[in-house]
Ligand binder design. Structure first.
Ligand code: PEP
Length: 260
């Protein structure tokens, strides 16, 4: 079994203009380099707004920072008359490696359906981007269907029907835990991660089942280690805490808090 490199991903959402983005990236990289961050053992990725990507790419490449770049969304279309959309080829030309697909805020506020998200996954692969497919249940779904049913169904919906399956990451983010300060327990995150991995194995085969599964929802430096200790959860997707360089660097240094 190949080892899954933990991924610490920071979703900035609609925060920070391109100048503020430069300041945060510089601070983050200086903080991590100072702390002897082992870039081979923990991958760190940031997801700034689209308008920051060019500045972020220039800085990251010029300074040879090892932090990876990702986008918060992608169009299902390749090009053409789709006002306001951003294509996968535009993102990969700006140095993006990852793209978030189906964040609960996009499902909720932009009515993004499983069918649309499936097409976005295809667009990501067509442009050599790695989709981070966000899945998770609302509080109502948790109460009526339990914790795993919705994230498992959303995972299968995003990955079904493709001719070939490329690299992907799943981010399990209970909607009730995003930006609320409410956190799933490490045992809950582990159980849902196991259920998602079992469903991937059953539906898409062994190689896909080696994909990374992250937890997201009110993660901070103080609670990250609990999620990653068991080895079932392969990283975290962080919202609010990724806007603070010290805090985000503290999350990326989670191994220091794990007692083996
Ligand atoms: C997110 O938006 O993906 C997220 C997990 O947010 P927060 O960490 O702020 O809960």
């Amino acid at each position: 079994m190949t080892k899954r490199t933990p991924l610490i991903a920071g979703n900035w959402k609609m925060n920070l203009d391109h100048l503020q983005a430069i300041a945060l990236i510089q601070k983050l990289c200086w903080t991590l380099n100072d702390a002897d961050h082992n870039w081979d053992q923990v991958e760190v990725a940031i997801f700034p707004p689209f308008t920051d990507l060019r500045s972020a790419q220039t800085l990251i490449e010029a300074e040879k920072f090892e932090v990876r770049l990702g986008a918060q969304d992608i169009s299902k279309y390749e090009s053409g008359a789709y006002t306001g959309e951003i294509s996968g080829s535009m993102l990969s030309k700006l140095g993006a490696k990852y793209v978030l697909i189906g964040h609960s805020e996009r499902r909720q506020y932009h009515n993004e359906s499983d069918e649309l998200l499936n097409a976005k996954v295809k667009a990501a692969w067509a442009n050599s981007l790695v989709p981070i497919i966000c899945v998770g249940e609302t509080l109502e779904e948790l109460e009526t269907q339990g914790q795993s049913a919705v994230p498992v169904a959303q995972t299968i919906a995003a990955l079904s029907g493709h001719e070939t399956i490329g690299e992907f990451v799943i981010a399990y983010e209970p909607v009730w835990a995003i930006g609320t300060g409410k956190v799933a327990t490490p045992a809950e995150a582990e159980a849902v991660s196991k259920a998602i991995r079992a469903a991937i194995l059953e539906n898409f085969g062994g190689e896909s089942a080696q994909s990374r599964i992250l937890y997201g929802g009110s993660v901070k430096a103080a609670n990250v280690a609990g999620f990653l200790a068991s080895g079932e959860v392969d990283g975290v997707l962080v919202g609010g805490a990724s806007l603070d360089a010290e805090e985000f660097a503290g999350i990326a240094r989670f191994q220091k808090h794990i007692v083996l």
